[in-house]
Design a protein around this ligand. Sequence first.
Ligand code: SAT
Ligand code: MN
Length: 594
Amino acid sequence: MATPLERWVDEQAKLTKPDKIYWCNGSLDEARKLIEIGIREERINGQPVFQELNQKAWPNAYLHRSHPTDVARTEHLTYVCYPDRLTAGPNNNWMAPEEAKAMMRKLSDGCMTGRTMYVLPYMMGHPDSPYAKACIQLTDTSYVAVSMRIMTRMSKTIIKRIGNSDDFVRGLHSIGDLDPEKRFIMHFPLENFVWSVGSGYGGNALLGKKCISLRMASWLGLQEGWLAEHMVILGIQSPDGEVTYVTAAMPSACGKTNLAMMESALPGYKIWTLGDDIAWLNVGPDGRLWAINPEAGFFGVAPGTSMKTNPNMMRTLKKDGFCPTIFTNTALNGDTNEPWWEGSDGARPKNLIDWQGKPWDRASDTKAAHPNSRFTVSIYNTPTLSEEADNPKGVPISAMIFGGKRTKLIPLVCESFDWPNGVFAAARMGSETTAAAAHRVGVLRRDPMAMLPFCGYSMGDYFGHWLKIGKRMTKPPKIFSVNWFRQDDSGNFMWPGFGDNIRVLEWIIKMVKGSAKGRRTPIGIVPNLEELNLTGLNIGKETMCKLFEVNPEGWKHELGEVKTFLRQFADKMPEEIWQQYKDLEKQLSEKQLS
Ligand code: SAT
Ligand code: MN
């Protein structure tokens, strides 16, 4: 008798009609074989899937160039499919499940003809973790198969573990013909199923990532009482040796990865990395919040990554850790066969090939690497990997940090008064847009908890869920907002960022431990300047004061925008958040009068 898994794979094969079906075992040997196939046999758009890079300088590294229209997440083609639209909320595109399936069946009929279907058995989370989920993804490209081998814990043992059960998260993926008109990423949370056709790009195609670990998992978390969040997890070791674990949520391409691997500018501090993108958070029996990283790799933005901005990532990328590393849509040094991107170390090479494989035209104002070019690399290559990274229980979280790119208004750091006040701060978060998704760059977009593109159900219910989780904890993490990106009137960054952000983290730890008090403002508690270690920094007192200024006029304007944004969640908006809103409005008016 076939198992539910075998039957499901069989059904999908009948529809997609691959030439071959190959069940992956997750070994490193196999990953190397898949790379060979991608170099020598498989073609996408007439091009080899992989190209070997300079193995001496970049061990196990390969270059992949995507279809030129397939370079970022396509939020407008991403849907969640519940029987009713209200569950999806205004933050999601919605389609009725049967309609979505009929459309996807048409697009998928025969879409793997001439290709191999890879069956990928993998876990999100450590296999021993009670919070981990068993998943199966089908895909028709070696690029996705190898990327998933890097990003997840892939192993044939998961097939055994699933056994005769049908309790596994299903993902069906095909690059189709890469036609943007026929590209859809469909989620069926009620059926544990994600169906993606027409894109090979990370967040659209590596289904374990945003699709399963955020959109599907957030829905599951709502049912089961936990949180799936767009957060890094890090341990901050103080000079006394104690490690404090924190999470940080920031929209894509706002420096989460740099924060998770930061090299401290203050002596005696050390950052330990647990994850750079996603956290699954459960309330432990001790009343604290515990975090695991469901992933096992990094899918990071290459441009801007250098020994100056993120030395530990450069070490990670250059380490001979046996597992393949993939560069996608970076430029190439035509003389040395090394990957290159804007903001990397060293001078621009003379013979530079752009991300589409053409000689880079010096006279043009185009970038040689795509602004959303990426690396896919194993977390086990990381020199700062925390000892607790594989702890099935996860780590206890003392503080949660929320941040975005805001050139004005938002202070460098601010602690919320309590959990509900922190939920309100996170719900009104905004950020200036980046190149990680296909939309205009640099406009302010509200992005609550950095989850707007990833919350698999209405965010009104999501805020309510956060409030409920808060009530279940006896020792909830403290909630902080940060903003590394404030600019002065001439457009210069006011705070140095990167390794100097440890100064802010140090204050956060002091607040957690009760050794700093801060100063109360209507929006939360900001540091007294003497509580911040600014030794060795060349920033004037005036600038520091500006970084913590609360401008009532500016905040009133902000609140107006927040109101418009939150109103769209209508009846699903918890009353407690509106109460927070009113309290803040009142305090700002009082401040203005005083
Ligand atoms: O969504 S991706 O995983 O492709 C990258 C991101 O936007 O964080
Ligand atoms: Mn992300």
